[in-house]
Design a protein around this ligand. Structure first.
Ligand code: DLL
Length: 436
């Protein structure tokens, strides 16, 4: 596996001295707050109710005086109530799937799209992509921001883009083989599924031309990263975003594979305690809150992402001065509360990574057992171990149980299942079945 050469898409912005960037951030924040107040009824009403004036920001830390914006605010203003420009200035609309309520709708002006393209181009460049690459996009094209977001980011770089979209994995692999795709863009769970399907088809990674994988849209840990890197022969980097704020392009990993640089000249990050809603100092874990700094179509102030992570500033080998966020561990709303104990699916993955002989594929089932909650974790074993003698299986269950106990602080029932029997996902993985 090669290395990622250090390159930038917008070097001046990405390497700007922190103090200088803060000046830009403050100006942009002041403008955003003013525009939001003048152009969006929702913000004007909220400010007026709180007795807040739009000139409340005289330094960056004043941001904590602003109200939060929640997903429910977007839903209540469905579809276009949060837009700050007339519809004729909106040139693109995306939305969430709306499976758990009204969808959230976002609108982009021409400038918003230009900025989006450049921010995704930054993230893709940090992940290794250049204009010489052939970029295979397996994200769904449609209202979901993944397909179009990464598509135009790669085109902006000047790469050759193959807009494959999702589905028909064998065909995707044939395309990768024939068209010599050098970069795969997908969810990490789909990348893993591609690796597995390839092996089942008898195709070796050497028969493909892949060098990089830009993966995101769901949490994934190092075990999955290592498997993808090894089985596809790529350098796999993480990128993060959410549709309400823009889509992909909010943050991404560089060659250091150690934290995601946030494009903080466009999104001002804070970490808050999700219970007290108070800002937490850099380095502490909590909920990520983002404020758009340059968005025209739909400015959002202190949007509660529900993603749990921490932000920290450190000198990075890549030379970027952009603040970092740790890989998000999961969402506060995905957190399971099992007999009072908080469990994130990513912790299950972490426990799996500590045990030999299991694949990263798992499913969590939560049921009521009398008054109590019961958790079962189904884990796929790697082929060679499952058909071995009972003793080995028992030892594996014991090892897993004790890892889960250590990491989850509770004892789930562990069930081993044979290789390639659990569901595979083309988009975001859904690994929790809560039957309570
Ligand atoms: O998933 C945008 C995106 C597309 C990002 C493609 C990266 C690549 P939504 O569908 O609105 O948007 O989902 C956003 O997905 O709040 C996180 O909970 C989760 N998420 C996104 N990226 C990551 C990541 C897109 N790299 C929600 N790691 C977010 C962990 C992620 N979770």
């Amino acid at each position: 596996m090669g290395e990622i050469e250090v390159k930038y898409w917008q070097e001046e912005e990405e390497r700007m001295p922190v103090a200088e960037r803060k000046v830009f951030q403050l100006e942009r924040l002041q403008t955003t707050v003013n525009r939001a107040y003048r152009k969006v009824d929702f913000y004007r009403k909220t400010f007026d109710e709180l007795g807040l004036k739009p000139d409340v920001i005289s330094e960056l830390s004043d941001i904590s005086k602003l109200p939060f914006t929640n997903k429910s605010d977007l839903r209540e203003n469905y579809p276009y109530g949060m837009f700050a420009v007339p519809l004729r200035d909106i040139v693109r609309i995306h939305s969430s799937s709306g499976t758990t309520g009204k969808p959230t709708v976002v609108g982009y002006t021409k400038n918003d799209l230009d900025n989006w393209n450049n921010l995704v181009a930054r993230v893709m460049t940090a992940g290794g992509v250049t204009k010489d690459d052939i970029v295979h996009i397996s994200f769904t094209y449609g209202l979901f921001t993944g397909g179009f977001g990464l598509h135009y980011g790669a085109e902006t770089i000047g790469a050759s883009v193959i807009p494959v979209s999702s589905g028909n994995t064998q065909r995707q692999i044939n395309i990768m083989q024939d068209y010599k795709s050098s970069t795969l863009v997908a969810t990490p769970s789909y990348a893993l599924h591609i690796a597995e399907t390839m092996e089942n088809m008898g195709i070796k990674k050497e028969e493909l031309s892949l060098k990089y994988a830009l993966l995101g849209s769901e949490p994934w840990g190092d075990k999955i990263r290592n498997e993808i890197q090894e089985r596809l022969g790529v350098i796999a980097s993480d990128n993060y975003g959410l549709s309400e704020l823009m889509g992909p392009g909010i943050s991404g990993e560089c060659c250091a594979q150690d934290g995601l640089h946030i494009n903080e000249d466009f999104f001002y990050p804070e970490i808050i305690d999700p219970l007290t809603l108070k800002p937490l100092p850099e380095g502490e874990y909590g909920e990520l809150v983002l404020t758009t700094l340059k968005r025209e179509g739909m400015p959002l102030l202190r949007y509660r992402t529900r993603d749990v992570t921490r932000i920290y500033r450190e000198d990075c080998v890549c030379g970027r001065t952009l603040i970092k966020m740790e890989k998000p561990q999961g969402r506060t709303d995905d957190m399971l509360i099992i007999n009072g104990v908080n469990v994130f699916p990513s912790q299950v993955e972490e426990a799996l990574s500590k045990v030999q002989g299991v694949s990263p594929h798992y499913m969590i089932f939560v049921r009521k057992k009398g008054a109590l909650d019961a958790m079962e974790i189904k884990v796929e074993v790697t082929e060679n171990i499952f058909f071995d003698e009972m003793k080995k299986q028992r030892k594996l269950v014991d090892d897993l149980t004790s890892q889960f106990q250590k990491i989850l602080l509770m004892k789930p029932k562990v069930t081993l299942v044979s290789s390639q029997t659990l569901e595979r996902f083309e988009g975001k993985a859904k690994r929790v079945v809560d039957e309570r």
